[in-house]
Design a protein around this ligand. Structure first.
Ligand SMILES: Cc1ncc(COP(=O)(O)O)c(C=O)c1O
Ligand SMILES: [Zn+2]
Length: 437
């Protein structure tokens, strides 16, 4: 079979020929021992351009097979993920104009419509399951606060691969249930996410089981980079600002990787990354604000707090010890972006507003990301003419606690006289007031 892809170590430039070699070396560069690699493809950039601009009948992520690190298409394990709608939500543009005097184009990418597990982790699930199958891997492990746990459980089950999922003790019950319902092993670790990662590391080392290396894992980065391809395919343009809720930061890492690829055939620039953390777990915002206030002193990328047992209710974003901060810090600064925090007590209001305006229900992590858009307007981070892409990663499926928080327009009565009349107009006014105040 003709050679399709290879890896190049980002630290020393050493070339690694395949996943087989990568796995055999403990997912580290054999030369320098670092584990952040760039995935390169032998297909021409023109081929990628063609897949994007002359696409017909795109069914799933595997439309981009030539630019994904899998050798043989017969190993594909898919559930129709990766073609996520990108739409313009008028009300987001209107508020920018009316309240802040900014003319923006605002796109929203939503991931809760596929047949996988309905979050933006499904594309990593399909790629991981397919590559692991191709390489004869029978057992795998992942530490996850939620959505990755689910996606990997689903897709690896489909490939017949045993998966150990290490979760923090606060993991949402639905997630634990969903993982084990697929017949995968949920390991609830009596501590936070950092503790779950530690137990996972010990277990996999002892038992010689392969485990994801985290946010820089090529299995995750190479799948999420296809968002950029999809933005181009669906809208014909790239955003100038990219907004996403931030946990470990695979999203921004993947977007930057893809910009390099597409800029081989067009004049494309990296968007400004505006990454949004929940107020009760925002170590990267704290580190970023500190670095900014000191004018980015030497080594600032390595100065970040470690939040033990973060109290955030948005468990999918509960990375209290942000090991990837040095990478995200540089990405953010080089892009002219920002790392900001959204007050997580307002996530329900954001989700109510979305349901009011679009009839769609978004999950808590998505509400943090979208909340970051309003916060960006308030902080003056968006400029006239900006094209904003907000990536909403999840719907409400597995966060039933959050659905119950969305209740606000109800009366509990014992007689008909107690029912208060209401008007949708007043409700909307109050929703906006709560979010913008
Ligand atoms: C819905 C949702 N949004 C955002 C994130 C953060 O992703 P990232 O790894 O890019 O920080 C996650 C996962 O952690 C998620 O599930
Ligand atoms: Zn190296």
């Amino acid at each position: 079979m003709a050679k399709k892809y290879y890896f190049v170590c980002k630290s020393c430039g050493h070339r690694i020929e395949s996943f087989k070699e990568w796995f055999n070396h403990g997912q580290k560069c054999p030369e320098c021992g670092k584990n952040f690699v760039d995935t390169k493809y032998t297909a021409s950039p023109e081929k990628l351009k063609d897949l994007i601009f002359n696409a017909k009948d795109v069914k799933n992520l595997w439309h981009y097979f030539d630019f994904l690190p899998l050798d043989d298409a017969k190993n594909i394990v898919s559930a129709g993920e990766g073609v996520s709608p990108v739409s313009r939500w008028d009300f987001l543009e209107e508020v920018a104009k009316k309240e802040f005097g900014k003319t923006l184009k605002v796109y929203v990418m939503r991931h809760n419509f596929n047949d996988g597990t309905r979050t933006f982790k499904d594309i990593a699930g399909t790629l991981a399951a397919s590559v692991l199958k191709e390489n004869g891997v029978t057992d795998y492990a992942v530490a996850s606060t939620g959505n990755t746990a689910n996606a990997f459980s689903h897709y690896l089950a489909k490939a017949g691969i045993n998966l150990y999922v290490f979760m923090p003790q606060d993991a949402v019950k639905e997630n634990i249930a969903s993982v084990s319902a697929y017949g995968q092993k949920a390991v609830i670790c009596k501590g936070d996410y950092a503790f779950a990662k530690k137990i996972a590391g010990e277990f996999t080392a002892k038992n010689n089981i392969l485990m994801t290396i985290g946010n820089t894992d090529p299995l995750r980065v190479e799948s999420k980079k296809t968002w950029v391809y999809e933005w181009l395919r669906l809208t014909g343009e790239l955003p100038t600002v990219y907004i996403q809720a931030l946990s470990g930061g695979t999203g921004p890492i993947a977007v930057e990787k893809a910009i390099h690829e597409v800029s081989q055939f067009g004049d494309y620039k990296c968007p400004r990354f505006i990454s949004v953390q929940p107020s009760l777990c925002d170590p990267m915002t704290q580190a970023w604000e500190k670095a900014k206030s000191q004018n980015f002193p030497e080594g600032w990328q390595h100065d970040f707090p470690k939040i033990q047992n973060p109290k955030t209710k948005v468990q999918t974003l509960a990375t209290g010890v942000p090991g990837t901060y040095p990478i995200i810090a540089d990405l953010t600064k080089n892009s002219g972006g920002e790392i900001i925090t959204f007050d997580e007590t307002k996530t329900a209001e954001v989700a109510r507003l979305v349901a009011f305006k679009t009839l769609e229900k978004i999950g808590p992590a998505s509400a943090i990301g979208l909340g970051g858009y309003f916060e960006s307007l308030k902080k003056g981070l968006l400029k006239d003419g900006d094209v904003v892409m907000i990536n909403l990663g999840e719907g409400l499926e597995r966060a039933s606690f959050f659905l119950s928080e969305l209740a606000y327009n109800f009366d509990t009565v014992s007689s008909a006289d107690e029912i208060k009349p209401f008007s949708r107009k007043d409700l909307e006014f109050k929703l906006w007031r709560d979010i913008l105040k």
